[in-house]
Write a protein that binds this ligand. Sequence first.
Ligand code: ADP
Ligand code: ASP
Ligand code: MG
Length: 424
Amino acid sequence: MARIVMKFGGTSVADLDRIKNVARHVKREVDAGHEVAVVVSAMSGKTNELVGWVQNMPKVSGANHSIYDAREYDAVVASGEQVTSGLLAIALQAMGINARSWQGWQIPIRTDNAHGAARILEIDGGEMVRRMKEGQVAVVAGFQGLGPDNRLSTLGRGGSDTSAVAIAAAVKADRCDIYTDVDGVYTTDPRIEPKARRLKKIAFEEMLEMASLGAKVLQVRSVELAMVFKVRTFVRSSFEDPDAPGMGDLLNPPGTLICDEEEIVEQEVVTGIAYAKDEAQISLRRLDDRPGVSAAIFGPLAESHINVDMIVQNISEDGSKTDMTFTVPSGDAEKALRVLGENKEKIGYDVVQSESGLVKVSVIGVGMRSHAGVAATAFRALAEKGINIKAITTSEIKISILIDGPYAELAVRTLHSCYGLDKS
Ligand code: ADP
Ligand code: ASP
Ligand code: MG
C-alpha cells in the first residue's frame, strides 16, 4: 500500500468523457489498495476565459495605470477548478468509489497575500489524511488557496502542478504523478519538434531551468518544491489506456521521473532545449556611465513588478556614455517604457528603443559544467541557418539566446539536432 497524489491538467479534464477517463486512472490506484489524493485543473481554456472576463471589466484608475482588485480576480479565476473537482468526485462516486471534493480553503492550503501569484505557506492535511486512511479519495481543486486575509488566492498560471507537489509533500505521499497530454518530459516541446525524445529521468536542476525558460509542462514552483521536499514526481500521460500493462507499476510507472542528478547514470552534456516566446528588448542609448546608474534603471522597474531578464551593458567608448540593453516579457514592455520615461531625469539617458515579439531559446544540461564548447556549437549551428543572435546569457548549466520571433521553431530544431538530441 502506498500514498499517491495524482494531478490531472486542463486537457485531461477538458470534457465529461475525459473526466470519466480520469476516474478510471484513479480507480486503478484505489483498486490496488493505495491511498489517493487527486488534484485537478480547470477544463482546458476555462481559466483563459475567466481571466478574459476579468480583463474586460471596467477598472479603477490607480497611481500609474488602470487596475482591478486582485482579490476579486482570484475569486473569479479559482472557480474553474471548483467545477472539475466536483465533477470528478461525482464520476468516482458513480464507480462505487468513496470520494469527496476539497476546495483550497477547506483543507486549508494557506498562502501568502500575493493575489494572482500566491505562494503556498502551509497545508494542514490532517483531516484529509484521516479520511484517506479510511479509504476516501480526496479530490482537490488545484491552483487555489486561502490568503492571510481569509480571501481566495490563486497560485499563478499552471499552478495546479504546485498544488499537487505541495500536497504530496504535506501528506508525505510516496509519489506525485503529474498526468498531462504528453507522456513525459521531452528533450524539447514535442509539438515543435516531432523528433524530440522522451526522457526517462531528468535532474531537478535541469527541470527547473527547462520550466523557467519556457517549457510549460511543469510550473517552476512545483519543481522547486519537489526538489526541496524530495517528492518523487513523475510526468505521465492521462491519454493512455488506464488499464494498459504497467500503468499501475508502483516503482517505475511509464513517464519521466524528476530526480537528483546522482540517480541519472547516462548523463548527456545537453539534456534539452526550451524556448520562451513574447520577449521584448529595451535599449537605453547614451546612458550616463556612472556608479548607481543600474540601480536607477532596475530599481523602479522592480518596484513596478517588472521581471527583467537578460541584461547587457556595452563598454563605454569615451568613459562618459554607454548603452544598456535588457529584456522583459512583451506584456510588460509598455509598462517598462512608462516607468523608464517617468525616471528619465534620474537615470540620465538620451533615447530609449524597444522591440517586441522576440524569442529566447535555451540549451540546458548539467553536463555543461564539465564540458567546453557547448556554446560555440550553438552559435555555429544558428549561424549556418542564418539566424541572427541579439543577446546571450549563460549560467553553469544553460545558455540562453535571444533571436527574432519568426525564427523560433527553426532555432529550436537546429539546436535540438546539433547536440544529437533527435531520435534516430
Ligand atoms: P496541463 O494542462 O496538463 O497542465 P500543459 O499544457 O500545462 O498541460 O503542459 C503540457 C504541455 O507542455 C505539452 O502539451 C507540451 O506541448 C508542452 N511542453 C513544452 N516543453 C515540453 C517538454 N520539454 N516536454 C514535454 N512537454 C513540453
Ligand atoms: N487552471 C490554471 C491555469 O490554467 C491552473 C493549471 O491549469 O495548472 O493556469
Ligand atoms: Mg500545466
